[in-house]
Design a protein around this ligand. Structure first.
Ligand code: ATP
Ligand code: GNG
Length: 237
């Protein structure tokens, strides 16, 4: 009973504010660009629901490490992996929260516009597989409210993120070549900087994420006022 009352109160709050969903920010960038680090920086704020990328779900889907399988044999497993990424991202986008702001690491959009794009260019995703992924993507984005309000693009150079990725030493990524990061970088640049590739889902704030730890906080603070969108947070109070 308490749960129903809580949901009614939450909906009443959102309706009072005229909002049907939290102010949603997606953090995008190459592998190793510092997205998790960025989320941790804002995680201390009580008004923000922070959703890290569900990597652990991808590493253990009923005991199957789909992330590892995809990197080991992309031709065989990229469709399976992308299907699960798309599902888990849909779950993140539609996850309910009482908080006024939702901060997500990546999105259903970068899964489709960056990674599926990359798999297509690498010719490891067959035409029929790509069409099925697209059919799901087009349906869910047309029939569910997956709108976002802001994109934070952690812009880096491939060489910097390659070094970070190797140092971080995630087992599944040990054979990821610099060339892959260079190609992913170009796709991110075309999508979010030059805006010549696919639809950009919201206004983009670009941060220089090459900066090392001692200087990066100033860069993060540049978007604090955009993320803690005053009218959203105060309306909730
Ligand atoms: N500004 C920085 N300077 C130096 N190292 C950094 C910086 N930001 C993050 N790192 C380090 O780089 C590695 C990757 O950082 P992080 O996990 O935040 O990136 P990510 O974008 O979430 O990666 P992925 O896309 O693989 O999940 C980590 O070892 C982290 O400690
Ligand atoms: N193929 C593929 N499709 C995706 O949608 C996707 N999203 C993230 N990743 C990879 C990047 C990091 O190694 C690791 C953590 O970000 O997972 C993906 N790989």
């Amino acid at each position: 009973m308490r749960n129903i009352a809580k949901r009614i109160l939450k909906m009443a709050n959102f309706l009072k504010e005229g909002r049907t969903r939290p102010y949603t920010v997606i953090v995008e960038g190459n592998i190793g660009s510092g997205k998790t680090t960025f989320l941790n920086y804002f995680n201390r704020n009580k008004d923000v629901c922070v959703l890290a990328e569900p990597v652990e779900m991808w590493r253990d889907c009923d005991g199957y490490n789909l992330l590892g399988a995809m990197y080991e044999d992309p031709k065989r497993w990229s469709f399976t992996f992308q299907s699960y990424v798309q599902l888990t991202m849909l779950q993140q986008h539609t996850k309910e929260t009482d908080l006024p702001i939702k901060l997500m690491e990546r999105s259903i959009y970068s899964a489709r516009y960056c990674f599926v794009e990359q798999l297509k260019r690498d010719k490891v995703l067959s035409g029929p597989s790509e069409s099925v992924i697209n059919a799901w993507f087009n349906w869910v984005t047309s029939n569910k409210n997956l709108d976002v309000d802001l994109v934070v693009y952690l812009r880096t150079t491939p060489e910097v993120v390659y070094e970070r990725m190797m140092k971080r030493n995630r087992a599944e990524e040990k054979s990821v070549p610099l060339e892959y990061l260079k190609s992913l970088h170009k796709i991110h640049e075309d999508w979010l900087y030059y805006k010549t590739l696919h639809h950009c889902p919201a206004p983009v704030i670009i941060l220089n994420a090459n900066l090392d730890r001692s200087n990066i906080a100033n860069e993060y603070e540049k978007c604090e006022s955009h993320i803690f969108n005053k009218e959203v947070v105060t309306a909730r109070a």
